[in-house]
Design a protein around this ligand. Structure first.
Ligand code: ADP
Length: 271
């Protein structure tokens, strides 16, 4: 009586022959659901103890002047690692929420221009003058979807462009319309780029080109997995291009069906 999950693959031969392969993937599907549940539960359970640890560490470090130097060094290390665990748990929870939630059918549109302006302002605040930012808006569209989710996806891409490039690099955010009507939201940089054999795996959880660099710059290894899932929920996809030595480009391809012209001024105020 339990639900069964089947995978059907149809291959066409010539005009009238077909090869149909049906696979029973029920067990695999169940295991995947158990994995998701387990990760979500563990992450959830870790939140409270980490909050307590962080609270005590903060209180002790507030009185650092009264403590021996060696102890302060130890406590500072503990605070850094607790911080890192909290970010990890928070990203894991975000990811499991995105994986289990349905596709986004929200019909509330928002302005892509405003989204991009905000993302650049946040990037500038984060980079603290270490990078140059460029905004290129070749079209003014509104998008049906979850503004907060897309804003966090864009921030992740901009955050990466800042973290994986040397100081004084330029980060460009561009929105343009493709000839087929889809929208392309692109974050590019002029840093060292990524070797081609890594590109297909970058959106896997915890896949990093250089783990120590990712950890040192505050990464959890989950940023691009989160971006991919946010886009999937919007029927959109992520394309990554890079020429090593010349930078990387992350393109969010937004389907034409979710885009619309900017509403008239009075209607926009209602949104
Ligand atoms: P992390 O927390 O490690 O940054 P992400 O999922 O955001 O995790 O990114 C995965 C990996 O992709 C990073 O560890 C880094 O090696 C690579 N990467 C992401 N963005 C860039 C970029 N703009 N330039 C070069 N490498 C990048």
């Amino acid at each position: 009586h339990d639900a069964v999950t089947l995978e059907v693959q149809v291959t066409l031969f010539g005009d009238d022959e077909r090869l149909i392969v049906i696979r029973d993937v029920t067990r695999l599907h169940r295991l995947e659901l158990m994995r998701r549940d387990f990760v979500a539960n563990v992450s959830h359970e870790l939140r409270t103890p980490l909050t307590v640890l962080a609270g005590y560490l903060e209180t002790w470090l507030d009185h650092r002047d009264a403590l021996p130097e060696r102890l302060v060094r130890g406590l500072t290390q503990m605070e850094t690692q607790t911080d890192r665990m909290q970010r990890l748990v928070s990203d894991l929870l975000t990811l499991s929420r995105l994986e289990t939630a349905d596709r986004h059918d929200s019909t509330r549109p928002f302005s892509i221009t405003a989204l991009c302006r905000q993302a650049i302002a946040d990037g500038e605040a984060l980079a603290d003058d270490s990078h140059h930012f460029r905004l290129e808006l070749d079209d003014d569209r509104w998008l049906r979807g979850d503004e907060q989710e897309l804003s966090s996806a864009l921030s992740n891409l901009i955050y990466n462009a800042v973290r994986y490039t040397p100081e004084a690099s330029t980060v460009t955010l561009r929105y343009r319309r493709s000839p087929n009507g889809d929208g392309a939201l692109e974050v590019s940089d002029d840093g060292d780029g990524i070797e081609p054999h890594h590109l297909d795996r970058l959106t896997e959880r915890f896949y990093r080109v250089d783990k120590s660099r990712s950890v040192a710059s505050g990464g959890t290894g989950l940023g691009l997995a989160i971006v991919k899932h946010v886009l999937l929920r919007h029927d959109a996809r992520l394309e990554i291009e890079s020429t090593p030595g010349q930078g990387a480009l992350f393109r969010c391809v937004l389907p034409a069906a979710r885009l619309m012209a900017a509403p008239a001024a009075e209607a926009a105020i209602d949104q």
